[in-house]
Design a protein around this ligand. Sequence first.
Ligand code: ADP
Length: 156
Amino acid sequence: MKIAVFPGSFDPITKGHVDLVNRAIPLFDKIIVAVGVNSQKKYLFSLDQRLEMLEKVFADDDTVHVGQFEGLTVNYCKAEGARYLLRGLRNASDFDYEKTISQLNHIIGDEIETVFLISKPEYSHISSTIVREIIKGKGNIEPFIPEEIQGDVNLI
Ligand code: ADP
């Protein structure tokens, strides 16, 4: 069974993330969208809120599961029986960062393969960082956030 982990902060999940997962569904038998917990990092949404939003967005997709992990992503992959990591590339700076991480994970993760999908042009300007700024500024988040969670995000 081909299992992929899509790791991220998802603070919050955006339309860019959703598009990536949808395009990866035909490639894998199971995709685990996993929230990486980093105790040093400050988040806008709590872990529970982020997990709840992910569950809502992927409720109708049988092959998409939601998870969480602390520590090394490759250890989580091993525990879940996943041999693939899924990541998105929006631009050259994503590439520079992701290249190094992917090479490291290949070594420490016993040849785990990172599969990259290039974001669609209409989503390549979307980042969770920008979305958090729009939420804080009470701007319109509709173009950036999946419909299922637009109400939740506005509660902040
Ligand atoms: P991280 O904190 O690990 O960067 P993110 O939640 O910001 O977590 O992103 C997780 C993954 O989703 C990364 O591989 C990132 O490149 C990808 N991603 C983020 N935004 C988009 C987008 N708009 N289109 C495609 N991929 C994206």
